[in-house]
Design a protein around this ligand. Structure first.
Ligand SMILES: [Zn+2]
Length: 265
C-alpha cells in the first residue's frame, strides 16, 4: 500500500472519529438521542459501498494508469507539474459539483441520491450513507471524465485526502461558532451550508452542492446562506422521518418503489 493510500484511509478514519466525538461533546442540534445506533445503521450502508468501491477503485487505478500513456489530458499544457496537480484537483472538484447537481435535477438519479438526503438526523455518519447504485454510477461515470482530464491515481488520492475530511466536517452535527463557519465558507462548504442542503424544503436542498470547495456554488449561483442559528431547520425528506422509513431494508428498496409508494418532491 502506498503512502498516499495510507494517508487517504488515515484522514478518513481520523476525521470521522474526531468529529463523531465532538458531536457528542458540542452538538449543534441538541435533540439527538441515539448517536451510536444511528451511526451503525449508516455504516451498514457504507459497508456495502466499501465492498463495491474496493474492486472499482482497482479498475479506476488501472484505467488511469494505461490511459495516461496515450492521452495526457491537461498534462499536455505547458505549465509546471505542481500547476498540473492544482488544476487537476480543481477539475475533479468541478466534476463532483456537476455530478451532485445532476443528481438533484434528474428524477431517475434523485431516486438513489434521496437515500442520502432522507436522513432526518444528519451527522458525520451521513457522509457515508449512500445507496450502492449511486456509488456504482458515480464510480463508472467519473472514469471517462477523469481520463479526459488526464487525472493520475496519485492526484485522485491527494484529492481524497483533502476532500474526505471536508465532507465529514460539513455533514457533522458539531456546533461550529458562526464567525468561524462564515469565514470558512469562503473556501469550503461548511456545516451551515450543508445543513441547508439537507433541508426538507426543496428550494433549500437544491443549493450548496460543493464537495471540497464552495467556489463552484458562488460561481454558478447555487449558494444559499442564512443569518443566525438554523434552529427551526428540518432535515431529511418530508414523510420519511418515521422509524419504518429509516430501516435498512426501506432505504435499500426506496429507489425501486413507484412514485405513489415514495415521496418524490
Ligand atoms: Zn445532495
Amino acid at each position: 500500500m502506498s503512502t498516499l493510500q495510507l494517508l487517504s484511509y488515515g484522514s478518513t478514519l481520523l476525521a470521522g472519529a474526531v468529529l463523531w466525538i465532538l458531536e457528542a461533546i458540542v452538538p449543534y442540534f441538541l435533540n439527538r438521542k441515539r448517536h451510536l445506533t444511528h451511526t451503525l445503521k449508516n455504516f451498514t450502508l457504507a459497508g456495502i459501498n466499501i465492498l463495491i468501491m474496493l474492486p472499482l477503485g482497482v479498475v479506476t487505478a488501472y484505467v488511469l494508469s494505461i490511459s495516461s500513456d496515450w492521452w495526457p489530458g491537461i498534462k499536455a499544457l505547458p505549465i509546471e507539474s505542481w500547476q498540473h496537480v492544482i488544476l487537476t484537483l480543481l477539475l475533479i472538484d468541478l466534476w463532483m459539483y456537476a455530478w451532485h447537481r445532476i443528481n438533484h435535477r434528474s428524477e431517475f438519479l434523485w431516486r438513489f441520491h434521496a437515500v442520502h438526503h432522507s436522513d432526518p438526523e444528519m451527522d458525520v455518519s451521513t457522509a457515508w450513507r449512500f445507496h450502492w447504485v449511486e456509488i456504482v454510477m458515480s464510480e463508472l461515470l467519473r472514469m471517462p471524465v477523469f481520463v479526459m482530464i488526464g487525472v493520475r491515481i496519485e492526484e485522485l488520492l491527494i484529492y481524497n485526502i483533502i476532500m474526505t475530511p471536508i465532507i465529514a466536517f460539513h455533514h457533522s452535527n458539531v456546533n461550529v461558532p458562526e464567525t468561524l463557519d462564515r469565514a470558512l465558507r469562503w473556501l469550503i462548504p461548511t456545516p451551515h451550508l450543508h445543513r441547508l442542503h439537507h433541508s426538507v424544503i426543496r428550494q433549500e436542498h437544491d443549493t450548496n452542492y460543493g464537495s471540497m470547495l464552495s467556489v463552484w456554488d458562488r460561481l454558478f449561483g447555487s449558494l444559499l446562506e442564512k443569518d443566525g442559528k438554523l434552529s427551526d431547520l428540518s432535515l431529511g425528506l418530508i414523510g420519511e422521518t418515521d422509524q419504518n422509513s429509516q430501516k435498512l431494508g426501506a432505504l435499500l428498496s426506496r429507489p425501486f418503489k413507484t412514485r405513489s409508494q415514495q415521496n418524490i418532491i
